[in-house]
Design a binder for this molecule. Structure first.
Ligand SMILES: Nc1ncnc2c1ncn2[C@@H]1O[C@H](COP(=O)(O)OP(=O)(O)OP(=O)(O)O)[C@@H](O)[C@H]1O
Length: 287
């Protein structure tokens, strides 16, 4: 279960990176939902300390679809886990301005491995978070069924996860996340293991749910094209210890349905992002 996300200061760190900050603020619009200032994280392992993050400065706007790209092991998941409250020891400052009147969780994580219960039906999986929040059976099933409908799984409400494909399981995880109605969705490579066609379909469904509900989404991916297809902005992270190398606007029209994205702009952005990312990938391989 997700814990409440951080909203207070822990061990203020005065070494914020000026470069990343100025890029970030220059492209930001609207009101801030998440502010990270000088965030750092070290893990202590048997073989010593691992510095996962250093001086992460980011402002993510309310209702924004924000993507995080970076080489493997640069701390993307760690950053999401800090935002979710799953990792509570870190340096620097995280402020989350979103709040829920009903006291439910402000954030909801969606992982690559679905995180659904094999012994529960699809419907019970989707309604699980609401049950934990004390929502009555009729109301939680109604909400869960509505989202199952939106992700095309209405007829599988009584099925069990082992009867579903990987893409269907991920649909269940997404339906559950939206049913829980958090202010912020934290998505950790949710479509990372899916085939290209399934991934494309789920991206379209996710964008449609996001534009309907206008949640703030922080989306981790290794896939440059996915980040450009989905995001309003994207951050490229440095090799570990991860910091923010640059934040780019993805100024492409929406809805970003197949064929609606201008090819030239898409290609230019992809090359720009790859330029920023390739050195970091190289560095992470050399370590
Ligand atoms: N619980 C932990 N204990 C010790 N070290 C950890 C822990 N979690 C992550 N790390 C280390 O912190 C670093 C960052 O890991 P993290 O999973 O956040 O990176 P990532 O960018 O999400 O990686 P990937 O893209 O491969 O999923 C890695 O070196 C990892 O080994």
């Amino acid at each position: 279960m997700d814990r409440e996300p951080p909203n207070a200061v822990t061990e203020p760190d005065s070494t914020a990176t000026a470069t990343a900050e100025s890029v970030d603020e220059a492209s930001a619009t609207g009101s801030a939902c998440i502010r990270a200032r000088g965030v750092g994280k070290r893990y202590t392992t048997r073989s010593g300390e691992v510095e996962a993050l250093t001086d992460v400065d980011l402002t993510i706007q309310d209702q924004e679809f924000f993507c995080l790209l970076g080489p493997s092991g640069c701390g993307k998941s760690t950053f999401l886990r800090i935002l979710s409250g799953l990792v509570s020891e870190y340096t620097g400052e995280i402020e989350i301005s979103a709040a829920r009147a009903d006291g439910g969780s402000v954030t909801n994580m969606v992982f690559q491995e679905h995180g659904i219960f094999p012994w529960k039906t699809v419907l019970d999986n989707v309604a699980f978070g609401l049950k934990m929040d004390g929502v009555g059976k009729q109301q939680r099933y109604e909400r869960a069924r509505a989202y199952l409908e939106k992700v095309d799984l209405a007829e599988f409400a009584d099925a069990y996860p082992h009867q579903l494909s990987g893409g269907m399981k991920q649909r269940v995880a997404i339906a559950r996340a939206f049913t829980n109605d958090p202010e912020i969705l934290l998505m950790d490579e949710p479509f990372g293991v899916l085939d290209a066609q399934t991934k494309r379909n789920l991206q379209t469904e996710l964008l449609s749910l996001w534009s309907e509900t206008k949640k703030t989404v922080v989306y981790v991916t290794h896939d440059i094209e996915e980040a450009i297809t989905l995001g309003d902005r994207l951050a490229v992270m440095t090799a570990r210890p991860g910091g923010v190398k640059a934040v780019l606007d993805i100024d492409l029209p929406r809805p970003r349905t197949r064929g609606a994205i201008p090819t030239d702009e898409f290609t230019t952005l992809r090359e720009r992002v790859w330029e920023l990312l390739s050195d970091e990938v190289q560095q992470s391989v050399e370590r």
